[in-house]
Design a protein around this ligand. Sequence first.
Ligand code: S3P
Length: 451
Amino acid sequence: MILKYIIVVNISQETKLTKQKIKKLSGTIRIIGDKSISHRALIISSMSIGKSEINNLLESDDIFSTLNILKDLGVKIIKKDKKWVVYGNGSNGFIQPKNALDCGNSGTTARLMLGAVCTNPIYCTLIGDKSLSKRPMKRVTAHLEKIGSRVSLTNNKNLPLTITGSQTCLPLLHKISKPSAQIKSAIILAALNINGETKIIEPRQTRDHTELLLKYLKVDYKNQKMSSGGRKLIFNGPYEIKSKNLFVPGDPSSAAFIIVGALITPNSKIKLIDVLLNKTRIAYLSILKKMGGKIKIKKTKIQSGEQLGTITVLASSLRGINIPANLSPYLIDEYPILSVAAARAKGTTVMKGLDELRYKESDRIKSTVGMLKSFGIKAESIKNDIKIKGSPLKEVKCYKTVKVYTDHRIALSASILGLISNNPVKLDDNGKSMSTSYPTFKDDLKKLIIN
Ligand code: S3P
């Protein structure tokens, strides 16, 4: 039998590579809380009036960035018996922070918090790590300047930035030029505290967790489907939101790593429970099924306005496919792990129209291709497309330390390839970036690995 290796990442910096025979992945696990919903649960509870208990909040670096910023803005948040309790001060209740608000690595924190603070009479400085400081912020601040807040950006586009909020922001029509849930959510959060009708038109529907959570909290707004395929939202603020207890479903984007792990590790059979099945988030499951993946999805319950369910996965023979550009808003976080599935598929996979990947935690066109090449997999980028020549049988070997560019999704994808690699996988950040979104990745894999 071929000896297989798994990378065992010690979060205390050092990476230990343990040689183990991995026979298969098997068993049932519950996936940790969804990152997008965890940000929104914290921010919207803080903007509600009264106490909210949040169950199954993701406890990752990105979420702690949002949580600590809300505390800096005067919101009391404590942990009690595994739940996080938020004492909301209303949509206009943020106080002048003493220090700069540190968004760490989290684009969602920076962009959503800009919308949340811009209608309060406070002055905030937002900072972030090296990767976040390179990412574009103007796509959000341009909308917030239009309604009356004042913003000053580094190089006219990046963090560090300062924003001076205004209590008399204008209710306007915002036409969002690129599909982005972060831009849309920032404007919605501002609209909650603006007098009059704020209208938002998005060119294509993007993840709708902000809308669903506000609906669950009985915020009255209009959500119209347009013939062009986009959506129009109309908010008539200001709103007084009454707090409610919230539940955060399992993160489908984190589940994607385990799912691809099971698909490519022979004889595997796994079950994931309480996973979020919001249709704007699980397009990758349809892609994997099209590639031949044996995946079953069963809806189970609705919690805090979101659909949850069980996903069962069997090891499968995969085939390469073309993934068209129009799907990119629905697969945006899953391209790195889809590229791992493509590497083990028969034939070529082409992922088209990935322009937005250039602006994620790393330039994910470059980092995904680089990660695959570290394993000797034939991959190339052609403008903003990625082409991968898959091979289900070729030996997988890590030929050099994988450069992850501090990007959690690249580190997690490389570690999944480690399940079928014939030698140890080395990550240049020793797996540290995984705690951005999936701090329990190693523990979850341990529960499923049969040696
Ligand atoms: C997110 C939206 C997506 C996604 C990000 C989280 C969110 O970004 O890539 O990881 O929680 O709103 P965009 O919609 O801005 O592309």
